[in-house]
Design a protein around this ligand. Structure first.
Ligand SMILES: [Zn+2]
Length: 155
């Protein structure tokens, strides 16, 4: 069963999206099937496909549901909904201009492997909203950028 709902945050020129757990909100019933990410309204029937016509083998767009369908919709738009690639796109890694790590919960674990071609063993840091985190190996600076609902971040 799907117990998650989705939030799609649009930040400047980049689409960031992630799953978000909403414990109390009931999913609205009988929503039309989303044909793109912007039409996804939650873990409801907007993520249920129309099904295959009789006598045909169903395609992913016919029958994929839930998180799988959410991911497929993202791929069709070129949006990496689970941030499987490098999610950090802002900042230069200096203390004055730290990398901004997108987060929906106020913090995110980041593994630094060096900068400027100087690789080092992954150094894992908890990067929090409003705090500067620095890699002890190479000095790269990071801070978290909260993208979720205002007032919901918890540290
Ligand atoms: Zn480093």
């Amino acid at each position: 069963m799907l117990s998650r709902t989705f939030r799609i945050a649009r930040q400047s020129n980049r689409f960031l999206s992630s799953t978000r757990i909403l414990a109390s909100k009931p999913a609205p019933a009988n929503v039309k099937t989303a044909t793109n990410l912007a039409e996804v309204t939650g873990p409801d029937s907007s993520l249920i496909g129309p099904g295959a016509t009789p006598g045909t083998i169903p395609t992913d767009m016919d029958q994929a549901t839930g998180l799988e369908r959410f991911e497929i919709l993202g791929k069709r738009e070129g949006v990496d909904v689970f941030d499987l690639e490098d999610p950090i796109t802002e900042g230069s890694g200096t203390p004055q201009d730290p990398y901004l790590v997108p987060t929906y919960i106020g913090y995110r674990y980041v593994g630094c492997k060096g900068k400027g071609g100087e690789e080092h063993k992954p150094y894992w840091m908890k990067v929090e909203d409003g705090k500067l985190a620095r890699c002890w190996q190479c000095g790269t600076s990071l801070t978290a950028k909260y993208l979720g609902e205002p007032g919901h971040a918890h540290h």
